[in-house]
Design a protein around this ligand. Structure first.
Ligand code: GDP
Ligand code: MG
Length: 597
């Protein structure tokens, strides 16, 4: 295909503003997929994504569009992951295209993820076409939202396309705008091959599938290629385009997007952002800015039933085939036995993986407190990365501790602003900016990531009745007065409940944890002290009083079925408990104890 007849684009939007619905319409209107094969949210392949309404892996579709000018264009849509946890993947997919449709729900206006994603598009030098969606709804205010786009984002919205992705209204205008307002790609077919690795995934039949965007040169089936970052070489077995199912193609030239397979064993052998070239005639230098995505949030995953350990290991290995961005290593905990310490790109990523392990692999898991990675600077001048508070070195050798900080952007209706400011202050936030975008305030805070990983997002949703939107990016590591707090149950430290806290917050946190655990741990036949301690010094304490009566005593021995039911219920409840010394702690305690309200 000639370069001038190619358009590559992505759709950026806040969650629920209609990105997937618009993609469906574009595919449908151009007859890319036969009507009988059309199903909703075609590009959101995984169930869990569909349920949560998020797209995790970038996906792509090639559309042929006969435009009003009489020429047929190839439109490549790359569907970028919509969440900040996947910021690096978003930025790479943005590099692979020349333009973006900025979809904004005309009843809602600009939200935090709209901003985060559109800034990525601007950074990638995209031409941007604003698209106002949901204009079929009576609450739509296209004029107000156009003004907001101009004020807040600073791009011209006078020619925004007004559509309803639901009814199909305005979709032909979107297609024309893609052709006439987005630039064609550039590139040199005669130059050595240079292609960007945009995404990769594991297909149970084909193995690892790699999505690429060709910058220069031409790639063909059978070619011997080389990945410039990893140095690995492969022979291309299959070369296809996505429509969105795979359709084989003889070659891909400059500006084109497609996928290949090459007997690659693991997704981890394919690094997003890597440069692919020919082994024999390589390009002189790789694409700039490559960086591997690194996990920033860690937690322990343990099977509730120790016998499920092997199943958990298998399940983690299977998930890693597809998602190389989460790491795992075996961990043993005095309290929880054998499990894995896993690293994730962020909290959402953690939740998604944990949900998949529990649902797709039917595992009951104990998730320990999520922790960020601390930099422990030792007195001898070395630095250790601390992934697990349980591994905190002896304080006499520690000089100082640094923690990761983030820049958080929150958009919130004015009436909830006070509560949001209070929440951020409570989490050791430093206010950086406060401006208004129409009736909504935009606050920017410098926050410690460790205060955000527990329940910040839940709290934000609840204090704003769901009206706030939130996004963040990592900024730097900074020193602060951080200590390790231990929790002792019946005088035994429970390592899985250890956490790093700021010294000034330790008493408050410790008290809250002890109170919560007192509610969460069932009463036993003996008294149980629950304590929080820093370096052996108790800073908070609660006592769970002893239980005397047999639960079945109330049944008066008469009603046998009732008695049986009660015992069964007790047994079922037991399955979700773990034994710590003489005390049984329910699974949910490990997460619930950390939520503060
Ligand atoms: P995404 O999260 O950006 O991919 O958003 P979706 O495409 O999943 O859409 C979110 C919700 O908005 C879904 O329930 C859609 O049916 C609905 N929706 C999308 N576009 C429109 C529209 O133009 N009008 C109306 N009324 N609803 C829409
Ligand atoms: Mg979607």
């Amino acid at each position: 295909t000639e370069l001038k007849n190619i358009r590559n684009f992505s759709i950026v939007a806040h969650i629920d503003h209609g990105k997937s619905t618009l993609a469906d319409r574009l595919i449908q209107l151009t007859g890319t997929v036969a009507e009988r094969d059309m199903k909703q949210q075609l590009l959101d392949a995984m169930d869990i994504e569909r349920e949560r309404g998020i797209t995790i892996k970038a996906n792509s579709v090639r559309i042929e569009y006969p435009a009003k000018d009489g020429q047929t264009y190839i439109l490549n849509l790359i569907d970028t992951p919509g969440h900040v946890d996947f910021a690096y993947e978003v930025s790479r997919s943005m590099q692979a295209v020349e333009g973006s449709l900025l979809v904004v729900d005309a009843t809602q206006g600009v939200e935090a993820q709209t901003l985060a994603n559109v800034y990525q598009a601007i950074d990638a030098d995209h031409e941007i076409v604003p698209v106002l969606n949901k204009i079929d709804l009576p609450a739509a205010e296209p004029e107000r939202v156009k003004e907001q786009i101009e004020d807040v984002i600073g791009i011209d919205a006078s020619e925004a396309v007004e559509i309803s992705a639901k009814t199909g209204l305005g979709i032909p205008d979107v297609l024309e705008a893609i052709v006439h307002r987005l630039p064609a790609p550039t590139g040199d077919a005669a130059a050595p091959l240079k292609a960007m690795l945009v995404d990769s995934w594991y297909d149970p039949y084909l193995g690892v599938v790699v999505m690429i965007r060709v910058i220069d040169g031409v790639v063909k089936k059978g070619d011997q290629i080389k990945m410039m970052q990893t140095g690995a070489t492969y022979k291309i077995d299959k070369l296809s385009v996505l429509k969105p199912q795979m359709v084989d193609i003889a070659e891909l030239g400059p500006g084109e997007i497609g996928v290949f397979t090459a007997s690659i064993k693991q997704v981890r052998d394919t690094k997003v952002g890597d440069t692919i070239t020919h082994e024999k005639k390589p390009c002189d230098k790789p694409l700039p800015g490559f960086k591997p995505s690194i996990p920033v949030v860690f937690c322990g995953l343990f099977p509730v039933d120790a016998n499920d350990f092997d199943d958990l290991r298998d399940a983690i290995e299977k998930l890693q085939l597809n998602d190389a961005s989460f790491s795992s290593e075996m961990e043993t905990s005095a309290a929880l036995g054998f499990g894995f310490r896993c690293g994730f790109l962020g909290l959402l990523h953690l939740e998604v993986i944990r949900d998949r392990l529990e649902r797709e692999y039917d595992l009951d898991l104990i998730t320990t407190a999520p922790s960020v990675v601390y930099h422990i600077h030792m007195k001898d001048g070395t630095m250790q990365e601390l992934h697990n508070p349980a591994d905190m070195p002896d304080l006499t050798y520690v000089d100082h501790i640094e923690e990761p900080r983030i820049k958080a952007t929150i958009l919130v209706p004015d009436e909830y602003l006070g509560d949001v400011l209070k929440l951020c202050q409570d989490r050791r936030g430093i206010q950086l900016d406060l401006t208004y975008a129409g009736p909504r305030a935009m606050v920017v805070y410098d926050l410690p990531l460790n205060e955000v990983v527990f329940d910040f997002y839940d709290r934000l949703k609840s204090v704003t009745k769901g009206y706030a939107s939130f996004d963040y990016q990592f900024t730097e590591y900074r020193e602060d007065n951080l200590v390790k707090m231990q929790i002792l149950v019946n005088d035994e430290p429970v390592d899985a409940l250890s956490m790093m806290v700021h010294r000034d917050r330790a008493e408050q946190r410790g008290r809250a944890m002890c109170e919560k655990l007192k509610e969460l741990i069932p009463r036993h036949m003996f008294k149980i002290p629950i304590q929080a301690a820093i370096g052996g010094k108790v800073i908070a304490r609660e006592t769970l009083s002893a239980l005397r009566k047999d639960v079945t005593a109330k049944c008066y021995g008469g009603d046998a079925t009732r008695k049986k039911k009660l015992l069964e219920k007790q047994k079922a409840g037991k399955k979700k408990m773990r034994q710590f010394g003489k005390v049984e702690i329910p699974q949910e305690a490990f997460i619930s104890a950390l939520k503060m309200d």
